[in-house]
Design a protein around this ligand. Sequence first.
Ligand code: FMN
Length: 313
Amino acid sequence: MEESFKAFDYGTRFGGRYFPNPIFTASGCAGSGKELSQFFDLSELGAVVTKSISVRPRSGRPTPRMAETPSGMLNSIGLQGPGVDLFLEEDIPWLLEKNARIVVSISGETVEEYASLARRLRNINGLFGIEVNISCPNVENRGLVFACDPVASRAVIESVRRNMGGDYPLIVKLSPDVTDIVSIASEVVSAGADGLALINTVLGMAIDIDKRIPKLAGLTGGLSGPAIRPIAVRAIYQVHKAMPNVPILGMGGVTNGRDALELVFAGASGVSIGTATFGNPMAALKVKTELLQLIQERGFSSFAQAIGAAHEK
Ligand SMILES: Cc1cc2nc3c(=O)[nH]c(=O)nc-3n(C[C@H](O)[C@H](O)[C@H](O)COP(=O)(O)O)c2cc1C
């Protein structure tokens, strides 16, 4: 007897690209993937999102630049990295050889820097996406973070869209440190974004009460880990409600399948794993296995069907 058996579709889509599963790394939490590849095959992930690259090499901010907090961590690493030349020469060929689906995160200090990074990525065959990190100070506007300024956010995304290659998605990563995240999201979508990444770290600070000084040399830092998950859930829910057809890559404090499912039910089409990887290099694979099981147990016929399920009442 022939039984029609259809395999469960765990895949997800951003723009024109299909990813066989929805679990990605979070930018800056797995380098360019080399460290993680000692633990598992990178092609097992939906995609590897690289650390944000910049036009020139950067050494990051002064130390100390990490502090532990309850249920999270503060970092003020800044955008430390080798710059785009070395990245294209070394990291990209290595990732392609490992058959990783690559999403390159870019960051700039001016609109033109973003545009020039988008141009440099045009010639990479098989790129699966660009994630534009706009949580960076705009040197042309008193250091005001792009992601907090709708006009500057639009200018960045329009120029990336004009300068990038045509067949991979443009995903814009937003900061939760704004009054109205939906208005920034709709600005960047109308400027040409195919998808959104929510959320970047939340600005925080910690003080050493014995030494009476801030714990981070840079004074403030980005809070990540389980402490920020409710903020991520809220941001994803609000944006998905306003723009249900725009795919969201969700992140913020995901350590297991249940956390990931919460983001998916809020409206995420994919989930990035960041801080959890520092404690457990296998965290992303663990989430991948657990999330699949939780979705199947709940009777969904595909991953796509579970996206935004908390809205259907
Ligand atoms: C040490 C560290 C470095 C990070 N570097 C970047 C980066 O280069 N670009 C970026 O867009 N986000 C960066 N992030 C933010 C993460 O990608 C992610 O949005 C955030 O940490 C929330 O997810 P999590 O709680 O799972 O870590 C960094 C986070 C951490 C903890």
